[in-house]
Design a protein around this ligand. Structure first.
Ligand SMILES: [Zn+2]
Ligand SMILES: [Zn+2]
Length: 120
């Protein structure tokens, strides 16, 4: 139990400061269980590159960490944003809130889109 709690704390902490001080820290994905390693390019990774799942920790904006939900954020679609590049659209499996996150370079975007098409 203790190690689970620790993982959750370090994830939330790293997410909180990602805009200001990118922190190189690994965490275990709560959806597929894969070890998620830092990008190493000064960009903090806040979602799993394998299954793209993230976690509902923000309430009003990125990094505010005010959400008490902590549900898993399920990736539902990929958008192309002119300024920011690829954006992953999420829906929280617990409360249903929809949000967006910038995709990382090594995210399995293609795999996600292929699986998504199969299911659609
Ligand atoms: Zn995962
Ligand atoms: Zn939620």
């Amino acid at each position: 139990m203790r190690s689970l709690l620790f993982l959750r704390d370090s994830f939330v902490y790293a997410y909180d400061i990602m805009i200001f001080i990118p922190r190189e820290e690994s965490f275990a994905c709560e959806h597929c269980g894969v070890d998620v390693h830092p990008l190493g390019s000064g960009t903090y990774r806040n979602h799993c590159p394998q299954c793209l799942f993230s976690k509902h920790v923000d309430r009003d904006g990125p990094g505010d960490r005010l959400s008490l939900c902590l549900g898993l954020l399920e990736p539902i679609s990929i958008d192309q944003d002119g300024k920011k590049g690829l954006m992953i659209q999420y829906r929280c499996v617990k409360c249903g809130k929809v949000s967006r996150n910038r995709a990382a370079d090594d995210d399995k975007i293609l795999e996600f889109m292929q699986n998504h098409h199969k299911n659609a």
